[in-house]
Write a protein that binds this ligand. Structure first.
Ligand SMILES: O=c1ccn([C@H]2C[C@H](O)[C@@H](COP(=O)(O)OP(=O)(O)OP(=O)(O)O)O2)c(=O)[nH]1
Ligand SMILES: [Mg+2]
Length: 144
């Protein structure tokens, strides 16, 4: 599928890194290095603006390597990009480690997955169908 994009960054368009990847890495588009202190968060610009087709969303997800090696993740994960959003794509990183994390211009900070979504029309009712699970949840299975 084709999606309109404006690239105001100094980098190439996001691309799939392998043949069947679901996510495209997003790069920081910043003039100066950003230092994220332990337990702090930072909204990082990408320089990208997109026009998703109606019925699609984009999800901003963490990169597992950053999470594993540096304790850095996307705070609002998965971030939701709505089809009617025309602003800059931004990535809200949080540093959950006990050391500073440095973000350089062009660094891959998160990944974006484009997905279809439904648009719900509510059907109000007084009763829902019965199931074996019923209201059980939060680990209720296997309690014997
Ligand atoms: O990680 C993110 C999450 C959101 N957005 C942009 C696109 C999205 O369409 C818009 C609004 O996001 P969301 O609905 O999650 O935020 P909100 O706090 O509900 O703000 P709003 O009242 O503007 O919807 O912000 C980003 O650029 N990055
Ligand atoms: Mg919202």
């Amino acid at each position: 599928m084709q999606i309109k994009i404006i690239n105001k960054s100094t980098h190439q368009l996001p691309a799939y890194e392998t043949a069947h990847a679901a996510g495209m890495d997003l790069r920081a588009n910043i003039e100066e290095q950003i230092i994220i202190k332990p337990l702090q968060r930072f909204l990082i610009p990408t320089g990208l603006f997109i026009e998703l087709p109606i019925g699609y969303e984009a999800q901003i997800r963490p990169r597992s390597g950053l999470a594993y090696k540096h304790g850095v993740t996307v705070l609002n994960s998965p971030g939701t990009i709505d089809a009617d959003y025309r602003g800059e794509l931004k990535v809200l990183l949080v540093n959950l480690s006990d050391t500073e994390f440095v973000v350089n211009n062009g660094e891959r900070i998160a990944q974006m997955v484009v997905a279809k979504h439904e648009t719900v029309v509510w059907e109000s009712t007084e009763e829902l169908s019965n199931t074996d699970r019923g209201a059980g949840g939060y680990g209720h299975t296997g309690k014997g």
